[in-house]
Design a protein around this ligand. Sequence first.
Ligand SMILES: Nc1ncnc2c1ncn2[C@@H]1O[C@H](COP(=O)(O)OP(=O)(O)OP(=O)(O)O)[C@@H](O)[C@H]1O
Ligand SMILES: [Mg+2]
Length: 351
Amino acid sequence: MSERKDELAIETSGLVKTFGELRAVDGVDLAVPAGTVYGVLGPNGAGKTTTVRMLATLLRPDGGEARVFGHDVLAEADRVRSRVSLTGQYASVDEDLTGAENLILLARLLGHRKAAARERAAALLEAFGLTAAADKQVKNYSGGMRRRVDIAASILNTPDLLFLDEPTTGLDPRSRNQVWDIVRAVVAQGTTVLLTTQYLDEADQLAGRIAVIDTGRVIAEGTPGQLKSSVGSGSVRVRLREADDREKARRVLAARLGTEVTLDADPVSLSARVPADAGGGPAERAAAALGELAGAGIVVDDFSLGQPSLDEVFLALTGKPAQPARSADAPAGTTETSDRERSADRKETVA
Ligand SMILES: Nc1ncnc2c1ncn2[C@@H]1O[C@H](COP(=O)(O)OP(=O)(O)OP(=O)(O)O)[C@@H](O)[C@H]1O
Ligand SMILES: [Mg+2]
């Protein structure tokens, strides 16, 4: 890469996109340093895809400015296009071809020689856990496998800037980790990645900086650590040996953590918010609370400490839950579900 270290891969100022009355993107300012993963975190309908589509020159902004490696997305759209790739842009994967055939064909179209195309396709299939399915027709792939082939196709040629729009939505935890590894490998080769996600843990794993967007506006920006500490809490879930101890455990945790403790559906489990304060970060506080349970003679079989969920981040930043406005299809009463469970539960959605 010839870029200077401080070059901006993306710079927007006051970017706007309206659909009729709706300001889907409502004055977004972004500064994405080259060579990094930048996370755009937000719930359904926040304006993530619309922003990405404008930056990838697929959608015309109605206001403001956007530059990609210094090139204006309107005036120099061709220059921008020559340097970016978007997951789904090459989603012209042919249902009747196998995964391997698709990738080899696309690699050939991108100018790779036959041997190099085969090699690249095989490496990507391997990295995406698709080797066993390499010779199956794509129409017989599961939704998650199909998604992985789409992503593989978008990185056949290493672009300077890769847009990954919710790359792991609908993937199981193992595939998700594989995609994360791919993203890390792509960035290690000098590509800048703009990653949209609904999951704080994903942005935390991958992104150097994150912009949180809601209803078309950036409501917070910073490193994952800054974002999490602005929320100032995590959550601890404890599984007891004896259900009879649960009430006592609830009192101990509530007193120690100073937060409300939730009794889970599982009769031996309970969970609580763990605030960070002068008494230390969430991990220290949770460890102290667990020590106190042991001191009270309560046997803990298992526990987990989670970072704040996107819901908590949203609640802290906006005072309202991150539930999507158009959530008619979402089951009611799922607010207790953890981020991890949610991602495992999530069905394939088209971004
Ligand atoms: N072509 C369009 N015509 C009309 N409204 C649109 C169009 N595209 C997006 N919208 C609306 O703009 C808003 C932002 O949509 P966008 O797809 O950018 O959200 P998102 O953050 O990508 O959400 P998701 O997480 O569900 O993918 C939504 O209210 C959406 O319904
Ligand atoms: Mg989207």
